[in-house]
Design a protein around this ligand. Structure first.
Ligand SMILES: *Cc1c(COP(=O)(O)O)cnc(C)c1O
Length: 388
């Protein structure tokens, strides 16, 4: 089955739901049984059978089955947010005396979790250069449980050599976790590249419409049971309406991403031609330092990237971003709408320095007409120049 057909079919079982194309929304806590024997049997039930709302319903099973199939893992567990998925994955390997290696380019809240809660639980974290590749072997200790990757990295978009990192980690018995949100399950197939657990902030491209929070961890055969066990122990359960929106989002993710990629690359090339722009950071551009690895391992690019403008006074930056017509400013991304905002990734680094050479901006190119978006950015640069 080709990818676009998989996107349409994954996790769907119309015959089990009266022929309905979409798995209905099951609002469930209690699951009733009639006999003591059935009640005792309930505790033994494993998905896809429903035993209790928190342990999964046809709505969550449909979503998890679809994500697992698209990412290429053995199974998936859903979470009420992307960050909850990250904590579920990390806590699966957390124990007193454990050592974690986390990419210095990782999403800020991932770092905070390691530096606060996990530290308190007795896990030590070392950050590593995202471009380390196979040299990660030099940082792996006997107690290193996981190597956490995020490729391309949050805000800075370094592409990591996942197969080289995975080979080194597996040699020493460490698991490889990846935050695969940027590429979505469509443009990077983590399990083909040695990843053991793949995380999606499904809030982003999977939901795709900026209206629900959701996360997933997909695992290979070897890691799935430990992940499920940890998740059940912690009581994470995503809400049925959000799960439904996640599954519905999946059905259009292929066409949406193709448009995000095309429009994103158009805007990126246009930005490259502007005198205000020092650098465009988009792995899909041939001159990007991550381009070769991206081309080797990824099958596409999403609509999220960065660009750096020449340093400017705050008033000029305000003039630029305060009056966008179409671009919005706000956290998150992956919806149909375009976003553009200043960021300061250099402030998060602890073991590498990242020097943008100006003011870094993160941009999400949505599904609006690309000419309108370019016109909006062009006016923004006019305002910036007038205020310099
Ligand atoms: C947004 C994001 C998350 C967290 O997802 P939420 O659903 O907002 O909790 C995790 N990783 C990356 C790379 C993200 O961009």
């Amino acid at each position: 089955m080709k990818e676009d057909t998989k996107i349409v079919r994954a996790g769907r079982h119309p015959a089990q739901h009266g022929g309905a194309v979409n798995t209905p929304v099951y609002h469930v806590s209690t699951v009733l049984v009639d006999t003591l024997e059935e009640l005792e049997g309930l505790r033994q039930r494993k998905p896809p059978v429903m035993a209790y709302g928190r342990r999964g319903t046809p709505t969550s099973h449909a979503f998890e089955e679809a994500v697992a199939e698209l990412e290429g893992g053995a199974g998936c567990v859903s979470f009420p947010s992307g960050l909850a998925a990250i904590s579920g994955a990390l806590l699966t390997y957390a124990e007193t005396g454990a050592h974690f290696l986390i990419s210095d380019s990782a999403y800020g809240p991932t770092r905070r979790l390691c530096d606060t809660l996990l530290k308190r639980l007795g896990v030590t974290t070392d950050y590593y250069d995202p471009l380390i590749g196979g040299d990660i072997a030099n940082l792996i200790k006997d107690n290193t449980k996981i190597v956490f990757t995020e490729s391309p990295g949050s805000l800075t978009f370094e592409v990591q050599d996942i197969p080289a990192i995975a080979a080194a980690a597996h040699e020493r018995g460490a698991k490889v976790l990846m935050d695969n949100t940027w590429a979505s399950p469509i443009y990077f197939k983590p399990f083909d590249h040695g990843v053991d657990l793949s995380i999606q902030a499904a809030t982003k491209y999977i939901v795709g419409h900026s209206d629900a929070m959701l996360g997933t961890v997909t695992a290979n055969e070897e890691c799935l049971e430990a992940l499920q066990e940890t998740t059940y122990s912690m009581g994470f359960a995503a809400g049925p309406d959000d799960l439904y929106l996640g599954t519905r989002g999946i059905r259009t993710i292929g066409v949406r991403l193709r448009q995000h990629m095309e429009s994103g690359l158009n805007v990126a090339r246009w930005l490259q031609s502007r005198p205000e722009v020092v650098r465009v950071i988009h792995p899909g551009l041939p001159n990007d330092p991550g381009h070769a690895l991206w081309q080797r391992d990824f099958t596409g690019a999403s609509g999220l990237f960065a660009f750096v403008i020449k340093s400017c006074p705050r008033a000029a930056l305000e003039a630029m971003v305060n009056h966008f017509k179409y671009f919005g400013m706000g956290a998150s991304w992956g919806g149909y709408e375009s976003l553009c905002m200043p960021t300061s990734p250099e402030k998060m680094r602890t073991v590498t320095t990242w020097e943008p050479g100006g003011q870094c901006m993160r941009i999400h190119v949505g599904l609006e007409d690309v000419d309108d978006l370019i016109e909006d950015l062009s006016s923004a640069f006019d305002r910036l120049n007038a205020a310099m």
